[in-house]
Ligand binder design. Structure first.
Ligand SMILES: Cc1ncc(COP(=O)(O)O)c(C=O)c1O
Length: 496
């Protein structure tokens, strides 16, 4: 990567690296990153190594003496880069494809330099106030109402867990004080989510000590959207059985297919039973910044909380998840605990990050999002998301036009669910189903092994389904065409 790794330049006996050395390596590192992005397509998307390969090349004990930065950075080139799966590669189409952006990288760099622990207002006035302002900008861009206040966590898993904790705090069962174990006065508390909801909801429930039986999965329609009638029936049935329903989690952009639960139909059910409505818009929410796509958050102005991940589809380096909440007082009541050593004179007047969650210190994450929104502007961000959705429609139209492929779900955002389905005369039923599952899995592994693109899969109605997710800031129609060619090459190779 950088200069001669055999240089004798070693760390000073005390204190940090000199400013001169920091400046030199800093400049070279920025050059290196710029080159990395320029040549990223030369790397295989999926790391081409075997488990344990990297570990076997690293010393098992720490260095006794400090080493030169040149030597360390040379090892980044030699050892670390080959062991990377390149999420920033424009042909990364797996999971939810996400990517960093230059202003986001600058934000991370500055945040590391400031190294602020955003726990109390006074330990981090800039972080606290920039977070409030930036999240209010984002709220406006999304067309959400001013009753929602934003708060930054690391991931959607953690945001949703905190939302469910706030919902539970609202039930007034003194769970914060007395816990849930050993209590005969507590009914079973119930949370509802569709069978397509992300596993983070299950994990949140486990973490909060509610137990997995507290989560009731609601069936979905043919387009993988929660069935509101089934939800209403489940709540009625639970109530008849002495269970206490307290929270519904609806999803805007489910993980497998990006389906959108019918939030406007779910809202009245929650209102009727005075239940908390949490919306998991971790993936799909970002699309609402595109004016003509605002409808994806229809009904969410009546949600109690909503999570959205800028680290998924707003070009923000991992991690940054936003929880919008209508009842910050409940979140605060669930988590605020101020020991003497954290008491400050201004605490009643200001927001302190540590009051709203499990963590005490928090990273200065708002900085990168603020820089991203300022650099691209609302229009620039919307243009990129709109283009991703257009590319997904283009890809979906190729699938639809081909007799060898079929779409497996609607494409409301920039995720296409599809599979190969070539016909063999006389083949039916289970034999065909098994063959198609095997064929599609082989196609996916074949494409991924080329290193030229990366896809992932899911199961829909028990059928192995391929997923092409477009979300990288560098992805263009050229990359989508390339992966379509790769898929057809694999199909041809495997079916003769
Ligand atoms: C709909 C949905 N919710 C939540 C998550 C969890 O996201 P995180 O990694 O930020 O916890 C995901 C991850 O893909 C997701 O698709």
């Amino acid at each position: 990567m950088l200069e001669d790794p055999n240089t004798n330049e070693c760390p000073p006996p005390l204190g940090d690296m000199s400013a001169e050395e920091f400046r030199r390596y800093g400049h070279e590192l920025i050059d290196w990153i710029a080159d990395y992005f320029d040549h990223i397509e030369d790397f295989p998307v999926l790391a081409q190594i075997e488990p344990g390969d990297l570990k076997s090349q690293l010393p098992s004990t720490p260095p006794e003496q400090g080493e030169s930065m040149a030597a360390i950075l040379a090892d980044v080139d030699r050892l670390i880069v080959p062991a990377l799966t390149h999420w920033s590669h424009p042909s990364f189409f797996a999971y939810f494809a996400t990517s960093t952006s230059a202003p986001g990288i600058f934000g991370e760099l500055l945040s590391a330099a400031f190294d602020v622990k955003s726990m109390l207002w006074r330990t981090s006035p800039a972080s606290t106030e920039l977070e409030e302002v930036t999240l209010d900008w984002l709220r406006q861009m999304l067309g959400l109402d001013a009753g929602l206040s934003g708060f930054i966590y690391d991931t959607a898993s953690v945001s949703s867990m905190h939302a469910i904790a706030a919902a539970r705090e609202g039930v007034e069962l003194r769970i914060r004080e007395e816990g849930m174990s050993g209590r005969s006065d507590l009914p079973l508390l119930r949370v509802y989510a569709s069978e397509q909801a992300h596993s983070s909801i299950d994990k949140g429930i486990i973490t909060l000590g509610l137990g997995q039986r507290s989560l009731r999965k609601i069936t979905t329609d043919k387009d993988f959207r929660m069935d509101p009638k089934a939800l209403a029936d489940a709540i009625d049935e639970d109530k008849r059985n002495g269970i206490l329903p307290f929270c519904v989690v609806a999803t805007v952009g489910t993980t497998s297919t990006s389906s959108i639960d019918p939030v406007p139909d779910i809202v009245p059910i929650c209102e009727k039973h005075a239940m908390w409505l949490h919306v998991d818009a971790a993936y799909g929410g970002s699309a609402a910044i595109v004016p003509e796509m605002r409808h994806v958050l229809e009904g969410c102005h009546r949600a109690d909380s909503l999570v959205l991940n800028p680290h998924k589809w707003l070009f923000t380096p991992f991690d940054l998840s936003v929880l919008y909440c209508r009842h910050l007082d409940l979140l605060r009541r669930a988590f605020s605990l101020v020991p003497e050593y954290l008491r400050t004179p201004e605490q009643e007047k200001v927001r302190s990050g540590s009051d709203y969650g499990v963590q005490l210190g928090r990273r200065f994450r708002a900085l990168k999002l603020w820089m991203i929104i300022r650099y691209f502007g609302h229009e620039g961000l919307a243009a990129r998301i709109r283009e991703h959705c257009r590319l997904a429609q283009v890809f979906a139209s190729w699938i639809e036009a081909s007799p060898d492929w079929e779409l497996m779900a609607p494409t409301p955002f920039a995720l296409v669910c599809f599979r190969a389905c070539p016909k063999i005369d006389g083949e039916r039923g289970e034999v065909r189903a098994k063959r198609l599952d095997g064929l599609n899995e082989a196609i996916m592994h074949g494409v991924n092994a080329t290193g030229k693109a990366l896809l992932s899969h899911t199961k829909l109605n028990d059928k192995l389904t391929l997923r092409l997710s477009i979300g990288n800031i560098r992805t263009t129609e050229k990359h989508v065409t390339q992966v379509w060619d790769l898929l057809n090459e694999q199909l041809k190779k495997l079916t003769g």
